[in-house]
Write a protein that binds this ligand. Structure first.
Ligand code: AGP
Length: 614
């Protein structure tokens, strides 16, 4: 996944293009660049000018400081997460055509770029990078006969794959062209200026009026207005949305990292969801777009997702099955799409994705729809690709999640799955009403319990730092907290780079226990539950082999101290809701260990916030 920005207007373009990149750095940060059309007198054609470099955007800022770009009010910029070609200066965007007059920035993957490269080279074009992007500028050059829009339409109709493009040309210093298929692209509408960006935070300082460009649409932006077209070149009317969240929502607000800020936002995220989705004990699922008859007719559920969202889906399995009696399968989206799943029109697909742009999840949804299934997405980004391909959407409205490690989106996904299960349960009358009411009551209380845990974060930080020297971690959980173990391990490994494995605790004796010795740390998730005694037995097995245990337990459980080296307490709640609670200490353990090790918590190496490629 990459981040792109474009600007045309009455201000200097470069500061806007670079500052905006900083806000998109979470999308990829292995190289970056800015390209502009220098301001000139009417009718004077000046070649485009580019600055680009490998590494973080700070390197680009340093380069521009030492080698400033000329004055300009038209430009594009890009921060890269390499898919084709090494992350170096030559492969960084923008990419130019042979004449150096056409610049392109791109987010996505061009699947037929090799064939197009051969055809262009046969025509004498010189391709200098290893990317799948550079050929786009040459295709436009090849098609150009004086009309840039016509040349762009001709070029992009040859492309297969996913692309969000920003295009400028020295011959047309009054326009910026944007186009998208499969990768997100928004248009920001300003006064005497207009913007394109991969995501809203990049331009929120300048405008809140946004057009979400749809697949197979392109736009021509000028200083005084924007026209949108389809790929047949026909002009289409689109409406602008008004963004709800504020600029500071994308700043750190005094926290050391976005991840820590977002962990602290979790009480409010849940509070907001409960407030908008519960009227007394009635669950309100606006956007579900399934009527009660359709919901009652569901006889099988598939949850499809990736990474942390997949773990939320696993928690959802336990909740939905327990409250509705409907069988739930949970697939990693990358597996679902290739295993010819048994899906029919009575299957409900729940696609879970924070970004709504994860390529594997999108592909899984497309696969399911070919089989007649209804798709409901649980998503955090309004207007994202997944939302547009779903029959219904349950927005988590967790606000922008900038930290690459997903935290608040995860608990919001779990909470939304609980609400969906409670809704379906009330229709199926599968459990007693008093059971539903108790769960709802406990759910409403979770934000308060989060605050209790956060008040105790210094203890969690102390325990985390004390165990940050271990070279390997195991995370163990049972039943509904088996997914919590998987999520705890993912959180730790993705930001601290420490090998960590989540396991069903009952599986320990079937192999993994061979790992246990005094050099391993084991996080045991053992809140009061129907499997508590089993967890204690596992802890005894580990202790007998000198394993070091960090236990996550229920407040008041003194006995567990004899089985663990450290205990982190969470308040009591319904067993079905314990994954919501234990998520917080698991996130904080990972966070404080990563900080202790000096890791780049918000932008871990090799990762991107949303993986929009296969
Ligand atoms: C989570 O911490 C990771 N960053 C990653 O596993 C993420 O959950 C996964 O890529 C799915 O992203 P999505 O929710 O945007 O689809």
């Amino acid at each position: 996944m990459c981040g792109i920005i474009g600007y045309i207007g009455n201000r200097q373009a470069v500061p806007i293009l670079v500052d905006g990149l900083k806000k998109l750095e979470y999308r990829g940060y292995d190289s970056s660049g800015v390209g502009i059309i220098p301001s000139s007198d009417e009718g004077v054609v000046v070649k485009a000018d580019i600055r680009k470099t490998h590494g973080k955007i700070q390197n680009l800022q340093d380069l521009i400081r030492t080698k400033p770009l000329p004055q300009s009010s038209l430009g594009v910029s890009h921060t890269r997460w390499a898919t084709h070609g090494a992350p170096n200066r030559v492969n960084a965007h923008p990419h130019a055509d042979c004449s150096g007059r056409i610049l392109v920035v791109h987010n996505g993957i061009i699947e037929n770029y090799e064939q197009l490269t051969q055809a262009l080279c046969k025509k004498g074009h010189k391709i200098i990078s290893e990317t799948d992007t550079e050929i786009i500028s040459h295709l436009i050059e090849d098609a150009y006969r004086g009309n840039l829009l016509a040349a762009v339409v001709k070029a992009i109709r040859q492309l297969k794959g996913a692309f969000a493009l920003g295009i400028i040309s020295s011959d047309h210093p009054d326009m910026l062209i944007a186009a998208r298929v499969g990768s997100p692209l928004i248009i920001g509408l300003g006064k005497g200026e207009n913007f394109i960006a991969s995501d809203v935070p990049a331009i929120l300082d300048y405008t809140k009026r946004i057009i979400y460009l749809k697949d197979r649409q392109l736009a021509v932006l000028k200083e005084d207005g924007v026209r949108v077209y389809n790929f047949e070149g026909k002009s289409i009317r689109v409406k602008a949305d008004k963004v709800s969240f504020k600029v500071d929502a994308v700043q750190k607000q005094g926290f050391a990292h976005f991840m820590l800020k977002e962990i602290h936002e979790q009480p409010e995220v849940l509070q907001r969801m409960i407030k908008t989705r519960l009227k007394g004990n009635k669950v309100i699922l606006d956007g579900l777009n399934l009527n009660e008859r359709q919901l009652k007719s569901v006889n099988k559920v598939f949850a499809v997702a990736c990474g942390t969202a997949y773990h939320a889906g696993l928690v959802g399995k336990y909740v939905i099955e327990k409250l509705t009696g409907i069988p739930v399968s949970v697939d990693a989206a990358s597996e679902f799409r290739y295993r010819n799943p048994i899906v029919d029109k009575k299957t409900l697909i729940i696609a879970i994705s924070q970004s709504g742009e994860t390529a594997d999840t999108l592909a899984a949804v497309r696969e399911a729809k070919t089989k007649g299934a209804k798709v409901v997405s649980i998503c955090n980004v309004v207007g994202s690709s997944l939302v547009r391909e779903s029959d219904g959407v349950l927005y988590t409205h967790a606000g922008p999640e900038i930290g690459v490690a997903s935290t608040k989106a995860y608990i919001a996904q779990i909470a939304m799955l609980c609400l969906l299960a409670l809704k379906m349960s009330s229709l199926k009358k599968f459990v007693k009403e008093k059971t539903r009411k108790k769960i709802l009551k406990d759910l409403k209380h979770i934000p308060t319990l989060y605050r209790d845990i956060l008040r105790n974060k210094a203890d969690i930080a102390r325990i985390a730092k004390k165990n940050s020297h271990f070279g390997c971690f195991l995370f163990l959980g049972r039943n509904i907290n088996f997914p919590s173990a998987l999520e705890g391990a993912l959180k730790l490994k993705e930001i601290s780079y420490i090998p960590a494995e989540g396991y069903a605790a009952g599986e320990m004796k079937h192999g993994p226990i061979a790992l246990i010795d005094e050099y391993r740390a084991v996080v045991c998730i053992a809140p009061r539950s129907s499997v508590y005694e089993k967890m204690i037995s596992n802890m005894q097995e580990i202790r007998a082999r000198k394993g070091k245990i960090i236990a996550i337990a229920t407040q008041g459980d003194e006995a567990i101290k004899t089985h663990a080296n450290h205990v982190i307490y969470v308040p009591p709640t319904d067993e079905l809701l314990t994954p919501l609670l234990v998520a917080l200490p698991l996130q904080l353990i990972a966070y404080y260990i990563a900080v202790q090790l000096g890791c780049d918590v918000d932008q871990p190496r090799n990762l991107a916030k949303s993986v929009t490629v296969e």
